[in-house]
Design a protein around this ligand. Structure first.
Ligand SMILES: [Zn+2]
Length: 420
């Protein structure tokens, strides 16, 4: 007996029946095939399509209650000053409730896994597991070249690892960036990641200023060359942004099999840039994912919006030459994310983890002769996502998420803490 049977659902344009059991996709058969037994839940999915759950590969989930902070600032450095003032007031309770809001928003927009970097990561793990989605979290090292802070960050990383390694999510090592972390702590954190076989989450080459400052401080080396000279780049590194890259940087990132995470909305809003070198990175063998970044810079956690904006910007600046395709963009938010985190998911296939979004094709966005995928990325909004299954369990049915009103009303009370 399977747990869930999705009947007559389009998978890559073809009607299928999908059986889900024990958190995995048990079978994907032509619609109407005879089934071995009964399912505890059957859903008639006529007029709907299945896509893999999205991976938001760079978030600061608990910033969900910080929309508008620093909004009048149009550079990363001035914006960060405003953000840091607010972040000085955060406590675990705030981060828990804000993470719940983030998880709710991610579910409603079809995301089932997110890769987070923020304070009090244990609260984000708790919120995500309660919501039924998969968190990757880290303790983010930031020592500002200060010995005392460095000692505190080592202790923080070790304690967070002990607390969270078996808590149900994925624990990653992390440094905030090369400009906020000493060489000593970059090396220490990289060693820690390797010793415990962890992914290593970093902000990298987000602005032109980061690259120029790095060259001045490190004998002409770019941030990528600098990290490579320290020996820290490998297939476990997840480099958020990776926006300002030279040809040599692209070659190094490919050779080291790094994952790069494009955050198009955040980069554009903070005036950091928009010429993400998708084609060059892809051709160099880099695993490319997408993320939203935190809500104080991207304003939402909507991956479908991220896909569309990425496609538009790539076409706009490349002048129509070999631009990223919708299926490449979809891979960036599904299978490439799963690959980065080492999960057998991101595909609608027998044996894969059952993370599935069910798209309602009943709206005008899909009333067209174009393929579902085209309409989904170019025309639809994420409220076309009707239901979401994560690890083989429904986390949203027909746009309803359990406890939604309570999550929002409890979080509303936290806003007082960050009012300036
Ligand atoms: Zn970020």
């Amino acid at each position: 007996m399977s747990d869930i049977l999705l009947k007559n659902i389009l998978v890559d344009e073809v009607p299928k029946d999908i059986e889900i059991s024990g958190g995995l996709i048990e079978s994907v058969m032509p619609a109407g095939s005879p089934h071995t037994g009964t399912a505890s839940q059957t859903m008639d999915c006529s007029g709907m399509a299945a896509i893999p759950g999205f991976y938001n590969m760079h978030t600061h989930a608990a910033m969900s209650l910080m929309r508008g902070v620093g909004e009048e600032q149009d550079s990363l450095s001035s914006w960060l000053q405003e953000v840091w003032k607010v972040e000085a007031r955060l406590d675990p309770e705030f981060c828990y409730h804000a993470s719940r809001v983030a998880c709710l928003e991610m579910i409603k927009t079809g995301t089932t896994t997110f890769n987070d970097m923020y304070f009090h990561p244990e609260t984000t793990v708790r919120a995500a597991l309660e919501a039924g989605i998969r968190p990757a979290v880290c303790y983010c090292v930031l020592d500002l070249n200060d010995e005392e802070k460095a000692a505190r960050e080592k202790d923080g990383t070790e304690k967070a690892y002990e607390l969270l390694k078996d808590a149900g999510g994925i624990f990653c090592a992390s440094i905030h960036s090369i400009y906020t972390v000493s060489e000593k702590m970059i090396l220490w954190t990289s060693d820690f990641a390797r010793k415990h076989s962890l992914k290593f989450h970093i902000h990298l080459c987000e602005t032109r200023a980061e690259v120029e400052d790095c060259k001045k401080a490190h004998g002409g080396l770019t941030p990528v060359e600098y990290l490579d000279s320290l020996g820290v780049l490998d297939q476990n590194v997840i480099a958020a942004h990776s926006l300002w890259l030279s040809d040599t940087d692209v070659e190094i990132l490919g050779r080291r099999h790094v994952t790069c995470v494009h955050n198009v909305n955040s980069n554009a809003k903070l005036s950091s840039g928009f010429r993400f070198r998708f084609n060059e990175l892809r051709d160099a063998g880099v695993n490319i994912c997408f993320g939203t970044d935190g809500c104080a810079s991207s304003n939402n956690l909507d991956m479908l919006e991220t896909v569309k904006t990425s496609l538009l910007f790539q076409r706009a600046w490349r002048g129509g030459k070999d631009s990223m395709t919708p299926s490449e963009a979809l891979a960036a938010v599904t299978s490439n994310g799963a690959k980065a985190l080492g999960i057998n998911a991101g595909r609608i296939e027998k044996g894969a983890v059952a993370d599935i979004s069910i798209v309602n094709l009943g709206s005008s966005f899909f009333l067209s002769n174009a393929p579902v995928l085209s309409n989904l990325v170019w025309s639809a909004h994420s409220d076309s996502i009707d239901s979401v299954i994560a690890s083989g369990r429904f986390v949203m049915r027909h746009r309803k998420v359990e406890g939604e009103e309570e999550i929002l009303s409890l979080a509303r009370r936290q806003l007082e803490k960050i009012r300036v």
